[in-house]
Design a protein around this ligand. Structure first.
Ligand SMILES: [Zn+2]
Length: 349
């Protein structure tokens, strides 16, 4: 006879969405993968996942796999094993770190037109790239003309990658998900080096974490081809990724790749990607440092690694950051009674 598990996933999370450690953390991750699988499938219908049942009746692994039913209105995921009776109900899955039902948002609270703004920056970059300016006055005059003429003219895209990127910008403006996917595929016909097309497909068309992973991998490779080897060695680029608009598709693909690796349990690889992303863009417009911090804490990383990360952003006052620092101080001090308030609250939760 199987067990019925009724859990509220938020009970396994510390402030800032950090996962608890130990056996509770392991079971939470199992429920998390059920959420991830269910959230990428249509709501309201039982769906097969490729997750294996974790029970071992008679010390043999149960041959069943998990079937899941996602109920959006109740914020509940129901699941059962296809072979034994193991089953359960997971509450409060929406918005948790495993919720893949929405495109993964960027950490920096994107306004709805954030990507549209990127298009304008991109247009402006192209527009100015073709012109020679003898002085700041000339540049200013050109900018003034642009503002009085009602914006940046949509110059003819110069390369296939730029044309493909324009198609993806169009796709982001479209309401219909199927049309977005169609445009992403069209973008890849125009240029296979369009990283954002793969990002869109991974976010919207992948039916499993494995598929998402493969799409993000291709996206990262596409971004590398589009930027060329030089970008990863040149001091004019390294440290300025994201600030240089044409690096953004690559960074979006790499973020997706790292997060998917994490969800698949390939955590050390995910951490390497996060660290490398911070090297390319220490300005960290994507909020990678918070994800990395949570990852290092969950992996019980060496204090040196955590300290190194904290030293990169000494002035960060975000709650996640302060909480992490408090936790590190708590661990270092072996649970000294003078531990900061944040850590005490975390321990109690
Ligand atoms: Zn089973």
């Amino acid at each position: 006879m199987g067990d019925t598990w009724i859990v509220d996933i938020t009970h396994y999370l510390l402030p800032g969405g950090i996962l608890v450690g130990g056996p509770a953390g392991r079971i939470a991750r199992y429920f998390g993968s059920i959420i991830a699988a269910a959230s990428t499938r249509p709501a309201g219908v039982w769906a097969d996942t490729d997750l294996h049942c974790r029970r071992r009746p008679g010390r043999r692994p149960c041959p069943g796999h998990i079937r899941a039913l996602r109920l959006d209105a109740q914020d509940v995921v129901k699941w059962h094993c296809s072979s034994c009776d193991d089953n359960g109900l997971i509450q409060s899955w929406k918005g948790s770190m495993w919720d893949l039902s929405q495109p993964i948002p960027d950490e920096q609270a994107p306004p709805p037109d954030r990507r549209a703004l990127e298009r304008t920056i991109s247009d402006l970059t192209r527009h100015l790239a073709d012109r020679q300016f003898g002085s700041f006055d000339e540049l200013n005059a050109c900018m003034r003309d642009l503002t009085t003429s009602g914006g940046v003219p949509r110059d003819r895209p110069l390369t296939p990658v730029e044309r493909a990127q324009d198609i993806v910008y169009d796709a982001w403006d479209v309401e219909d998900p199927r049309e977005r996917v169609r445009l992403a595929l069209k973008a890849l016909e125009v240029s296979p080096d369009c990283a954002d097309a793969y990002v869109l497909l991974a976010e919207e068309a992948a039916r499993s974490l494995g598929q998402a992973l493969s799409l993000y991998e291709r996206g990262v490779a596409a971004g590398e081809r589009a930027l060329g080897k030089r970008a990863f060695e040149d001091e004019g680029y390294v440290g300025h990724f994201w600030g240089i608009v044409e690096t953004r598709p690559y960074m979006r693909a790499r973020r997706g790749l790292a997060m998917t690796l994490w969800q698949l349990g390939r955590k050390e690889e995910a951490v390497e990607h996060y660290r490398e992303m911070l090297r390319l863009n220490p300005n960290d417009n994507q909020g990678i440092r918070y994800v990395l911090l949570a990852a290092l804490l969950e992996l019980d990383a060496k204090p040196d690694l955590l300290k190194e990360l904290f030293e990169l952003y000494p002035d960060d006052a975000m709650a996640d950051w302060l909480y992490g620092r408090a936790l590190l101080a708590f661990r270092d001090g072996g649970g000294h009674p003078g531990l900061p308030e944040a850590a005490r609250r975390g321990e109690a939760g």
